[in-house]
Design a protein around this ligand. Structure first.
Ligand SMILES: *Cc1c(COP(=O)(O)O)cnc(C)c1O
Length: 224
């Protein structure tokens, strides 16, 4: 078995039912992505709009693309016609822009709210306190072209697996709280995207429904 196929197999073999694998294909060549596609895999994640646009036309049209990186509002219009999920919504303004563009395309776009759970100072993601206090149902009133499907988060980049675990646990409880508080009368707030190459097994234990894995499948990235 080729390396990429073997790596995918190692992961999917122990993935519980109901948990999906998003293969993170940023920086990878179309040929490598096609190798993963040929393992009967259809969902891929990219973090840059330009890179996604330049690759997608070289690849099969039944791929479901997720955006997992910070998205500028002026780029939304380029991806809305085809994107399957935007996992990295980090502002209410972005939600509104996605809604407007989706309306023009006649689509309803699934999104996740990205939450900042790590200790590192990163610029992106809602603060836990914003997720806890904002009325997401009310914010989404009138935004008929988006569906808030759940939360996404990245744990600290750390070898302290206890810290990583507690961050995932915090995100899971925030997910449950938000579902109860704002999405009780819907059936689509179901996704908790957490877990990457170094911590996906921990994320699974803590209740992830989507893991986003790149280097454990394709090997180390040469840049970013
Ligand atoms: C790059 C990236 C991943 C995957 O990282 P790996 O460590 O290569 O598995 C997952 N999520 C996000 C948001 C990323 O930017």
């Amino acid at each position: 078995m080729k390396e990429i196929a073997g790596n995918i197999d190692k992961i999917t073999r122990i993935l519980p039912a109901g948990v999906s694998l998003i293969i993170v294909s940023k920086t990878r060549m179309p040929e490598e992505i096609l190798e993963a596609y040929n393992c009967n895999h259809r969902t891929f994640g990219e973090n840059k709009v330009q890179e996604l646009l330049s690759k997608k036309d070289l690849l099969p049209t039944d791929i479901k693309w997720h955006i997992i990186g910070h998205l500028q509002t002026n780029k939304v219009k380029y991806i809305v016609p085809f994107i399957s999920m935007i996992e990295s919504v980090d502002s209410v303004r972005l939600l509104e822009v996605i809604n407007d563009e989706a309306k023009k395309s006649g689509r309803v776009i699934d999104v996740l709210l990205q939450v900042h759970i790590a200790t590192e100072e990163t610029k992106f993601g809602f603060a836990v306190s914003e997720i806890e206090t904002d009325d997401w149902q009310k914010l989404a009133v009138g935004l008929n072209h988006i569906r808030i499907r759940g939360l996404m988060g990245m744990a600290s980049y750390s070898s302290d697996m206890q810290m990583v675990q507690s961050e995932f646990r915090k995100l899971k409880s925030l997910f449950i709280l938000t579902r109860e508080r704002c999405f009780r009368n819907t059936d689509y707030f179901t996704e908790l995207s957490m877990g990457m190459s170094d911590d996906w097994t921990i994320a699974l234990k803590e209740g992830s429904t989507m893991i986003r894995v790149g280097s454990a499948i394709f090997g180390p990235r040469k840049y970013y």
